[in-house]
Write a protein that binds this ligand. Structure first.
Ligand code: NAI
Ligand code: MG
Length: 357
Protein backbone atom coordinates (compact mmCIF):
# COMPACT_ATOMS: atom_id res chain seq x y z
CA UNK A 1 0.00 0.00 0.00
CA UNK A 2 1.21 3.52 -0.85
CA UNK A 3 0.03 6.45 1.32
CA UNK A 4 0.96 10.05 1.88
CA UNK A 5 0.94 11.47 5.40
CA UNK A 6 0.94 15.13 6.41
CA UNK A 7 2.94 15.56 9.61
CA UNK A 8 2.50 18.47 12.00
CA UNK A 9 5.07 18.04 14.76
CA UNK A 10 4.17 21.31 16.48
CA UNK A 11 5.78 22.60 19.66
CA UNK A 12 7.48 21.46 22.85
CA UNK A 13 7.99 17.69 22.85
CA UNK A 14 6.01 17.48 19.57
CA UNK A 15 9.01 17.15 17.23
CA UNK A 16 10.70 14.57 19.50
CA UNK A 17 7.72 12.24 19.87
CA UNK A 18 6.57 12.60 16.27
CA UNK A 19 10.11 11.92 15.03
CA UNK A 20 10.19 8.67 16.99
CA UNK A 21 6.68 7.63 15.94
CA UNK A 22 7.73 8.06 12.31
CA UNK A 23 10.67 5.71 12.89
CA UNK A 24 8.17 3.08 14.04
CA UNK A 25 5.96 3.77 11.01
CA UNK A 26 9.02 3.32 8.80
CA UNK A 27 9.89 0.04 10.44
CA UNK A 28 6.32 -1.22 10.01
CA UNK A 29 6.37 -0.14 6.35
CA UNK A 30 9.53 -2.13 5.75
CA UNK A 31 8.20 -5.18 7.57
CA UNK A 32 4.88 -5.26 5.73
CA UNK A 33 6.02 -3.83 2.40
CA UNK A 34 4.15 -0.56 2.39
CA UNK A 35 5.27 2.85 1.24
CA UNK A 36 4.42 5.79 3.47
CA UNK A 37 5.68 9.17 2.30
CA UNK A 38 5.60 12.09 4.72
CA UNK A 39 5.41 15.84 4.36
CA UNK A 40 6.22 18.08 7.34
CA UNK A 41 4.07 21.20 7.73
CA UNK A 42 3.80 23.94 10.34
CA UNK A 43 1.19 24.39 13.05
CA UNK A 44 0.95 26.12 16.43
CA UNK A 45 3.68 28.22 18.00
CA UNK A 46 6.39 27.35 15.52
CA UNK A 47 4.03 28.34 12.70
CA UNK A 48 3.40 31.67 14.42
CA UNK A 49 7.15 32.26 14.72
CA UNK A 50 7.83 31.44 11.09
CA UNK A 51 4.73 32.76 9.30
CA UNK A 52 2.74 34.87 11.77
CA UNK A 53 -0.21 32.46 11.67
CA UNK A 54 -0.84 29.36 13.83
CA UNK A 55 -2.34 27.64 10.78
CA UNK A 56 -0.75 28.70 7.49
CA UNK A 57 -2.79 28.09 4.35
CA UNK A 58 -0.07 25.73 3.07
CA UNK A 59 -0.69 23.49 6.09
CA UNK A 60 -4.41 23.29 5.41
CA UNK A 61 -3.75 22.46 1.76
CA UNK A 62 -1.22 19.74 2.59
CA UNK A 63 -3.57 18.15 5.13
CA UNK A 64 -6.52 18.21 2.73
CA UNK A 65 -4.45 16.42 0.10
CA UNK A 66 -2.96 13.84 2.47
CA UNK A 67 -4.23 10.30 3.12
CA UNK A 68 -3.79 10.84 6.86
CA UNK A 69 -2.56 13.54 9.23
CA UNK A 70 -0.26 13.02 12.22
CA UNK A 71 0.01 15.70 14.89
CA UNK A 72 2.33 16.10 17.90
CA UNK A 73 1.13 18.91 20.17
CA UNK A 74 0.98 22.68 20.14
CA UNK A 75 1.53 25.50 22.60
CA UNK A 76 3.86 26.56 25.35
CA UNK A 77 4.70 29.47 27.65
CA UNK A 78 6.49 31.32 24.85
CA UNK A 79 3.14 32.04 23.18
CA UNK A 80 0.99 32.43 26.30
CA UNK A 81 1.04 36.22 26.13
CA UNK A 82 0.22 36.81 22.47
CA UNK A 83 -3.16 37.91 21.15
CA UNK A 84 -5.92 35.26 21.58
CA UNK A 85 -6.76 35.29 17.83
CA UNK A 86 -3.35 33.94 16.87
CA UNK A 87 -2.62 31.61 19.78
CA UNK A 88 -1.24 28.13 18.99
CA UNK A 89 -4.52 26.44 20.03
CA UNK A 90 -6.26 28.36 17.22
CA UNK A 91 -4.21 26.25 14.85
CA UNK A 92 -5.66 23.06 16.32
CA UNK A 93 -9.27 24.25 16.27
CA UNK A 94 -8.70 25.59 12.77
CA UNK A 95 -7.35 22.39 11.29
CA UNK A 96 -10.12 20.31 12.88
CA UNK A 97 -12.63 22.63 11.28
CA UNK A 98 -10.84 22.77 7.92
CA UNK A 99 -10.86 18.97 7.72
CA UNK A 100 -14.49 18.68 8.86
CA UNK A 101 -13.56 16.32 11.69
CA UNK A 102 -16.84 15.54 13.42
CA UNK A 103 -15.87 12.44 15.39
CA UNK A 104 -13.27 12.14 18.13
CA UNK A 105 -12.14 8.63 19.05
CA UNK A 106 -10.38 8.36 22.39
CA UNK A 107 -9.38 4.91 23.52
CA UNK A 108 -8.68 4.77 27.26
CA UNK A 109 -6.77 1.62 27.77
CA UNK A 110 -4.72 0.39 30.65
CA UNK A 111 -1.80 -1.84 29.83
CA UNK A 112 -1.74 -4.42 32.64
CA UNK A 113 1.97 -3.67 33.12
CA UNK A 114 1.06 -0.12 34.15
CA UNK A 115 -1.79 -0.96 36.50
CA UNK A 116 0.23 0.56 39.36
CA UNK A 117 -0.52 4.03 37.95
CA UNK A 118 -4.27 3.40 37.61
CA UNK A 119 -6.46 5.38 39.96
CA UNK A 120 -8.94 2.54 40.45
CA UNK A 121 -8.91 -0.28 43.01
CA UNK A 122 -6.93 -3.35 42.00
CA UNK A 123 -9.93 -5.69 41.88
CA UNK A 124 -11.66 -3.32 39.44
CA UNK A 125 -8.57 -2.88 37.27
CA UNK A 126 -7.97 -6.61 37.11
CA UNK A 127 -11.23 -6.99 35.19
CA UNK A 128 -9.74 -4.83 32.43
CA UNK A 129 -9.88 -1.22 31.26
CA UNK A 130 -10.11 -0.78 27.50
CA UNK A 131 -12.83 1.69 26.57
CA UNK A 132 -13.18 3.76 23.40
CA UNK A 133 -15.14 6.99 23.75
CA UNK A 134 -16.55 8.22 20.44
CA UNK A 135 -17.46 11.87 20.93
CA UNK A 136 -19.42 14.01 18.48
CA UNK A 137 -17.20 17.03 17.89
CA UNK A 138 -18.87 19.67 15.74
CA UNK A 139 -22.48 19.85 16.95
CA UNK A 140 -24.52 19.89 20.13
CA UNK A 141 -24.61 22.55 22.80
CA UNK A 142 -21.13 23.93 22.04
CA UNK A 143 -22.30 25.23 18.67
CA UNK A 144 -26.13 25.34 18.89
CA UNK A 145 -27.92 28.63 18.22
CA UNK A 146 -29.35 30.67 19.81
CA UNK A 147 -26.61 31.19 22.34
CA UNK A 148 -25.57 34.21 24.34
CA UNK A 149 -26.10 36.38 27.38
CA UNK A 150 -28.75 39.08 27.35
CA UNK A 151 -31.06 40.94 29.66
CA UNK A 152 -34.48 39.36 29.88
CA UNK A 153 -37.10 40.78 32.19
CA UNK A 154 -34.48 42.95 33.86
CA UNK A 155 -32.19 39.97 34.63
CA UNK A 156 -28.93 38.96 32.92
CA UNK A 157 -29.74 35.63 31.30
CA UNK A 158 -27.36 33.13 29.72
CA UNK A 159 -28.45 30.44 27.28
CA UNK A 160 -27.15 27.75 24.92
CA UNK A 161 -29.00 25.34 22.69
CA UNK A 162 -28.42 21.62 22.53
CA UNK A 163 -29.33 20.69 19.01
CA UNK A 164 -28.70 17.68 16.75
CA UNK A 165 -30.33 16.78 13.49
CA UNK A 166 -30.71 13.17 12.47
CA UNK A 167 -27.87 13.31 9.92
CA UNK A 168 -25.40 14.47 12.56
CA UNK A 169 -26.47 11.65 14.87
CA UNK A 170 -26.44 9.07 12.11
CA UNK A 171 -22.88 9.78 10.95
CA UNK A 172 -21.37 9.66 14.46
CA UNK A 173 -23.31 6.45 15.16
CA UNK A 174 -21.83 4.85 12.03
CA UNK A 175 -18.32 5.75 13.21
CA UNK A 176 -19.03 4.14 16.59
CA UNK A 177 -20.45 0.92 15.14
CA UNK A 178 -17.57 0.64 12.68
CA UNK A 179 -15.07 1.11 15.53
CA UNK A 180 -16.90 -1.55 17.55
CA UNK A 181 -16.65 -3.99 14.64
CA UNK A 182 -12.85 -3.72 14.97
CA UNK A 183 -13.06 -4.25 18.75
CA UNK A 184 -15.34 -6.27 21.04
CA UNK A 185 -18.54 -5.46 19.13
CA UNK A 186 -20.39 -3.57 21.86
CA UNK A 187 -21.73 -0.02 21.66
CA UNK A 188 -23.16 1.88 24.63
CA UNK A 189 -24.95 5.06 23.59
CA UNK A 190 -24.86 7.65 26.38
CA UNK A 191 -27.53 10.34 26.61
CA UNK A 192 -29.94 12.00 29.02
CA UNK A 193 -33.14 10.75 27.42
CA UNK A 194 -35.05 10.89 30.70
CA UNK A 195 -34.81 14.69 30.62
CA UNK A 196 -33.69 15.97 27.20
CA UNK A 197 -35.80 15.87 24.05
CA UNK A 198 -32.71 15.95 21.85
CA UNK A 199 -31.60 12.74 23.60
CA UNK A 200 -34.84 11.01 22.63
CA UNK A 201 -34.05 11.65 18.97
CA UNK A 202 -30.43 10.60 19.58
CA UNK A 203 -31.61 7.23 20.90
CA UNK A 204 -34.09 6.73 18.06
CA UNK A 205 -31.49 7.37 15.35
CA UNK A 206 -28.77 5.27 17.04
CA UNK A 207 -31.23 2.37 17.16
CA UNK A 208 -31.99 2.82 13.44
CA UNK A 209 -28.27 2.78 12.57
CA UNK A 210 -27.67 -0.28 14.76
CA UNK A 211 -29.86 -2.32 12.38
CA UNK A 212 -27.04 -2.10 9.84
CA UNK A 213 -24.62 -3.73 12.30
CA UNK A 214 -26.39 -6.88 13.48
CA UNK A 215 -23.16 -8.27 14.97
CA UNK A 216 -22.81 -5.34 17.35
CA UNK A 217 -24.84 -5.27 20.55
CA UNK A 218 -26.26 -1.88 21.52
CA UNK A 219 -27.14 -0.61 24.99
CA UNK A 220 -28.18 2.81 26.30
CA UNK A 221 -27.18 4.61 29.47
CA UNK A 222 -27.91 7.97 31.07
CA UNK A 223 -24.81 10.13 31.30
CA UNK A 224 -24.83 10.46 35.09
CA UNK A 225 -24.92 6.71 35.46
CA UNK A 226 -22.21 6.32 32.77
CA UNK A 227 -19.89 8.65 34.70
CA UNK A 228 -20.40 6.42 37.73
CA UNK A 229 -20.08 3.11 35.88
CA UNK A 230 -16.80 4.21 34.29
CA UNK A 231 -15.12 4.17 37.68
CA UNK A 232 -17.23 1.41 39.24
CA UNK A 233 -16.76 -1.18 36.49
CA UNK A 234 -15.15 0.06 33.24
CA UNK A 235 -14.82 -3.52 31.98
CA UNK A 236 -18.51 -3.46 31.00
CA UNK A 237 -17.78 -0.95 28.21
CA UNK A 238 -16.32 -1.40 24.76
CA UNK A 239 -17.33 1.62 22.62
CA UNK A 240 -19.21 4.54 24.17
CA UNK A 241 -20.86 6.91 21.68
CA UNK A 242 -22.10 10.25 22.87
CA UNK A 243 -22.70 13.91 22.10
CA UNK A 244 -20.13 16.71 22.27
CA UNK A 245 -20.71 17.87 25.85
CA UNK A 246 -21.11 14.45 27.47
CA UNK A 247 -18.16 13.12 25.44
CA UNK A 248 -15.91 15.98 26.51
CA UNK A 249 -16.44 15.02 30.13
CA UNK A 250 -16.50 11.23 29.80
CA UNK A 251 -13.41 11.05 27.58
CA UNK A 252 -11.37 13.03 30.12
CA UNK A 253 -12.72 10.86 32.92
CA UNK A 254 -11.88 7.66 31.06
CA UNK A 255 -8.39 8.94 30.24
CA UNK A 256 -7.44 10.08 33.72
CA UNK A 257 -8.39 6.86 35.47
CA UNK A 258 -5.71 5.01 33.49
CA UNK A 259 -3.15 7.25 35.22
CA UNK A 260 -0.81 7.53 32.22
CA UNK A 261 -1.50 10.36 29.77
CA UNK A 262 1.82 9.64 28.08
CA UNK A 263 0.23 6.42 26.78
CA UNK A 264 -3.07 7.58 25.27
CA UNK A 265 -3.74 8.08 21.57
CA UNK A 266 -6.65 9.62 19.71
CA UNK A 267 -8.19 9.97 16.28
CA UNK A 268 -10.48 12.61 14.82
CA UNK A 269 -12.43 11.60 11.75
CA UNK A 270 -14.52 13.37 9.15
CA UNK A 271 -15.97 12.25 5.87
CA UNK A 272 -14.51 14.55 3.24
CA UNK A 273 -10.82 14.56 4.17
CA UNK A 274 -8.36 12.29 5.94
CA UNK A 275 -8.47 11.72 9.69
CA UNK A 276 -6.13 13.34 12.19
CA UNK A 277 -4.17 11.23 14.69
CA UNK A 278 -2.53 12.60 17.82
CA UNK A 279 -1.60 11.82 21.42
CA UNK A 280 -4.05 13.27 23.96
CA UNK A 281 -1.35 14.99 26.01
CA UNK A 282 -0.03 18.50 25.36
CA UNK A 283 3.40 19.84 24.43
CA UNK A 284 4.91 19.24 27.90
CA UNK A 285 7.17 22.32 27.82
CA UNK A 286 8.66 21.30 31.19
CA UNK A 287 10.52 18.39 29.57
CA UNK A 288 10.81 19.58 25.96
CA UNK A 289 14.13 19.20 24.18
CA UNK A 290 15.52 16.80 26.80
CA UNK A 291 14.92 13.46 25.07
CA UNK A 292 12.78 12.46 28.07
CA UNK A 293 9.22 12.46 26.70
CA UNK A 294 7.21 9.28 26.38
CA UNK A 295 6.64 8.68 22.64
CA UNK A 296 4.28 5.72 23.14
CA UNK A 297 1.04 7.73 22.86
CA UNK A 298 2.19 9.03 19.49
CA UNK A 299 3.36 5.58 18.42
CA UNK A 300 -0.08 4.23 19.37
CA UNK A 301 -1.64 7.09 17.37
CA UNK A 302 0.23 5.78 14.34
CA UNK A 303 -1.23 2.35 15.08
CA UNK A 304 -4.72 3.91 15.17
CA UNK A 305 -4.00 5.57 11.84
CA UNK A 306 -3.11 2.26 10.23
CA UNK A 307 -6.29 0.66 11.59
CA UNK A 308 -8.90 3.38 11.14
CA UNK A 309 -7.56 5.19 8.07
CA UNK A 310 -5.98 2.41 6.04
CA UNK A 311 -7.73 -0.70 7.42
CA UNK A 312 -4.33 -2.29 8.09
CA UNK A 313 -5.44 -4.40 11.01
CA UNK A 314 -2.43 -6.72 11.18
CA UNK A 315 0.05 -3.85 11.02
CA UNK A 316 -1.79 -1.84 13.68
CA UNK A 317 -1.90 -4.80 16.03
CA UNK A 318 1.77 -5.50 15.43
CA UNK A 319 2.72 -2.01 16.67
CA UNK A 320 0.42 -2.34 19.67
CA UNK A 321 1.96 -5.67 20.59
CA UNK A 322 5.47 -4.27 20.24
CA UNK A 323 4.53 -1.50 22.69
CA UNK A 324 3.01 -4.01 25.08
CA UNK A 325 6.09 -6.26 24.86
CA UNK A 326 8.36 -3.29 25.54
CA UNK A 327 6.43 -2.63 28.77
CA UNK A 328 6.39 -6.31 29.66
CA UNK A 329 10.15 -6.42 29.30
CA UNK A 330 10.43 -3.65 31.89
CA UNK A 331 11.36 -0.61 29.78
CA UNK A 332 9.89 2.72 30.91
CA UNK A 333 10.19 6.45 30.29
CA UNK A 334 10.32 8.75 33.31
CA UNK A 335 6.59 9.46 33.43
CA UNK A 336 5.71 5.77 33.94
CA UNK A 337 8.88 4.73 35.77
CA UNK A 338 8.60 2.27 38.68
CA UNK A 339 11.14 0.64 40.95
CA UNK A 340 12.92 -2.30 39.38
CA UNK A 341 12.28 -1.15 35.79
CA UNK A 342 14.77 0.13 33.24
CA UNK A 343 14.64 3.89 32.62
CA UNK A 344 14.78 4.81 28.92
CA UNK A 345 14.89 8.11 27.11
CA UNK A 346 12.62 8.94 24.16
CA UNK A 347 14.91 7.41 21.55
CA UNK A 348 15.87 4.35 23.60
CA UNK A 349 12.30 3.26 24.30
CA UNK A 350 11.50 3.66 20.60
CA UNK A 351 14.49 1.43 19.80
CA UNK A 352 12.97 -1.20 22.11
CA UNK A 353 9.62 -0.97 20.33
CA UNK A 354 11.25 -1.28 16.90
CA UNK A 355 13.32 -4.29 18.03
CA UNK A 356 10.08 -5.99 19.11
CA UNK A 357 8.17 -5.14 15.95
P1 NAI B 1 0.65 18.54 29.04
O1 NAI B 1 -0.11 17.34 28.64
O2 NAI B 1 1.54 19.14 28.02
O3 NAI B 1 1.54 18.20 30.32
C1 NAI B 1 1.02 17.79 31.56
C2 NAI B 1 2.10 17.03 32.36
O4 NAI B 1 2.27 15.74 31.77
C3 NAI B 1 3.46 17.71 32.31
O5 NAI B 1 4.12 17.51 33.55
C4 NAI B 1 4.21 16.97 31.22
O6 NAI B 1 5.58 16.93 31.39
C5 NAI B 1 3.59 15.57 31.31
N1 NAI B 1 3.55 14.91 30.00
C6 NAI B 1 2.68 15.16 28.99
N2 NAI B 1 2.95 14.39 27.93
C7 NAI B 1 4.01 13.64 28.27
C8 NAI B 1 4.77 12.65 27.59
N3 NAI B 1 4.50 12.27 26.34
N4 NAI B 1 5.81 12.09 28.25
C9 NAI B 1 6.10 12.44 29.51
N5 NAI B 1 5.43 13.36 30.20
C10 NAI B 1 4.40 13.96 29.59
O7 NAI B 1 -0.42 19.60 29.54
P2 NAI B 1 -0.20 21.10 30.08
O8 NAI B 1 1.04 21.18 30.91
O9 NAI B 1 -1.47 21.48 30.67
O10 NAI B 1 0.00 21.98 28.77
C11 NAI B 1 1.26 22.34 28.22
C12 NAI B 1 1.03 23.01 26.88
O11 NAI B 1 0.43 22.10 25.96
C13 NAI B 1 0.09 24.21 26.97
O12 NAI B 1 0.59 25.21 26.13
C14 NAI B 1 -1.23 23.67 26.46
O13 NAI B 1 -2.02 24.66 25.88
C15 NAI B 1 -0.75 22.67 25.42
N6 NAI B 1 -1.71 21.58 25.15
C16 NAI B 1 -1.79 21.16 23.85
C17 NAI B 1 -2.61 20.12 23.51
C18 NAI B 1 -2.59 19.66 22.10
O14 NAI B 1 -1.79 20.09 21.32
N7 NAI B 1 -3.47 18.76 21.71
C19 NAI B 1 -3.45 19.44 24.51
C20 NAI B 1 -3.24 19.91 25.85
C21 NAI B 1 -2.41 20.96 26.14
MG1 MG C 1 -11.66 18.21 27.55
Amino acid sequence: MKKHIAVMAGDGIGPEIVGQALRVLDAAARKFNHEFSTEHVLIGGIAIDETGSPLPEATVEACRKADAVLLGAVGGPKWDTIAPEIRPEKGLLGIRKALGLFANLRPARLFPELSGACLLRKDIVDKGLDVMVVRELTGGIYFGKPAGVEVRGGKRTGFNTMIYDEDEIRRIAHIAFKAAMKRRKKVCSVDKANVLDVSRLWREVVIEVSKEYPEVSLSHMYVDNAAMQLVRDPSQFDVIVTSNLFGDILSDEAAVITGSIGMLASASLGSEYAGLYEPIHGSAPDIAGQNKANPLATILSVSMMLLHEFDLEKEALCIENAVRKTLQDGFRTGDIMEEGKTLCNTIEITDKVIERL
